[in-house]
Design a binder for this molecule. Structure first.
Ligand code: 3PG
Ligand code: MG
Length: 407
């Protein structure tokens, strides 16, 4: 259960749906239906669409499919705002059949709804986090969930960093397997970091190094080159004595930045810092700006994007590696024109991937939005549906939901 990243099992260590005999069985599927919604309407159905193949396959094979998930972070029992009912219509649309709903994820309410459904049918259970025991991985709650089904399929890689009843506890009670989305995530991440074709380039951006110290520390041991962008690159430059002006910079993290550079050196990983920046005095779309060398930022200027020399440099790097792992934007991609660096570099990765020269994997919160904004998402080899779980994977941490599926 405590396998570290270095010994993370390959997919052959997991059962998949191929290993289960599901016809005539009730299959509990842990999904991640924690999707963005506003006023009861789902605003981004990506996770639902990615999950649909697993549900359809199980139903087509004659299983009764019982879907469980969390939604939001309710702390005081049931409330309408966090009800999974709002996901029912897009879920039914994605799977192409009517999905039934049960107002509780355990007990008689759930059992009644499940027994009313035919094999080949689907039932969505209400938010697992409406029970306080869920996040505590309460063994009794896990047992009550497990008694609803014959088999357990976990398709929620994006919630696999949580050791909760529905992601971890249930697996102790039932024969378990990874769903197709979980399988795809594990296979893609395995190819990118466990047994990658080298050289491997990691592109890591985002605002702060304080939130990504573990990630950076792990990456420099795993990859051949680490390109840094976003606010965190400023902290590394500052740690090398460069004046970064009014740029986002965690001055109190300089020691940590230097320690990461030392680890990288020992591990033979080249850290690639920006050569130039697009700087402005205001953080707003269309702000007046200029391009300067990395050490040419004025006292009242902020680096808001990497500049053309950096873009060209990274494009060369991308052309000479076999694997790219990407997390975090290279600049303030939400405000034009400071999205140019992220766009150009993402498009280069996409183009190289399309030719077959590169395997590219991206994930984590802002990253998917940044790649979608760049129009590059579709051409990456794999873009993870996970935020926090993808980051913890990059940190080399054991994901409880994945570990629980080990054969
Ligand atoms: C996510 O959206 O990142 C996952 O569904 C996990 O949600 P959580 O951070 O509330 O556990
Ligand atoms: Mg999260």
């Amino acid at each position: 259960m405590t396998a570290r990243h270095g010994e993370t099992p390959t997919m052959t260590d997991f059962n998949t749906i191929d290993d289960l005999s599901v016809a005539g069985k009730t299959v509990l599927v842990r999904a991640d239906l924690n999707v963005p919604a506003k006023d009861g309407v789902v605003t981004d159905a990506t996770r639902i669409e990615r999950l649909a193949p697993t549900l359809k396959e199980l139903a087509a094979k004659g299983a009764r499919v019982v879907i469980m998930s969390h939604f939001g972070r309710p702390k005081n029992g049931p409330d309408a705002k966090n009800s999974l009912r709002q996901v029912l219509a897009p879920l039914s649309a994605a799977v192409g059949q009517e999905v039934a709903f049960a107002d509780d994820c355990i007990g008689d309410v759930a059992k009644t709804a499940i027994s009313a459904a035919p094999f080949g049918g689907m039932i969505l259970l209400e938010n697992t986090r409406f029970h306080a025991g869920e996040e505590k991985n309460d063994p009794e709650l896990a047992r009550q969930m497990a008694e609803l089904g014959d088999l357990y399929v976990n398709d929620a890689f994006s919630a696999a960093h949580r050791a909760h009843c529905s992601t971890e506890g249930v697996a102790k009670h039932l024969p378990s397997a990874a769903g197709r989305l979980m399988q795809a995530e594990l296979e893609a991440l395995g190819k990118a970091l466990e047994k990658p074709e080298r050289p491997v380039l990691a592109v890591v951006g985002g605002a702060k190094i304080s939130t990504k110290l573990d990630l950076l520390g792990n990456m420099v041991r795993k990859v051949d080159r680490l390109a840094l962008g976003g606010g965190m690159a400023n902290t590394f430059l500052f740690a090398q004595g460069v004046d970064v002006g009014a740029s986002l910079c965690e001055k109190d993290m300089a020691d940590q930045a230097r320690a990461i550079m030392a680890t990288a050196k020992d591990a033979g990983c080249d850290i690639l810092l920006p050569k130039d920046f697009v700087v402005a005095k205001e953080f707003k779309a269309g702000a007046e700006n200029r391009t300067v060398a990395a050490d040419g930022i004025g006292a009242d200027e902020m680096a808001l994007d990497v500049g053309p020399a950096t873009i060209a440099y990274l494009a060369d790097q991308i052309a000479s590696v076999k694997t790219v792992v990407w997390n975090g934007p290279l600049g303030a991609f939400e405000i034009a024109p400071f999205d140019a660096g992220t766009n150009a570099v993402a498009q280069k990765v996409a183009a190289q991937t399309k030719t077959g020269a590169l395997l590219s994997v991206a994930g984590g919160g802002d990253t998917v939005a940044a790649l979608a904004h760049a129009g590059a998402e579709a051409d990456f080899t794999y873009v993870s549906a996970a935020g926090g779980a993808f980051l913890e994977w990059l940190e080399g941490k054991d994901l409880p939901g994945v570990a629980a599926l080990k054969k």
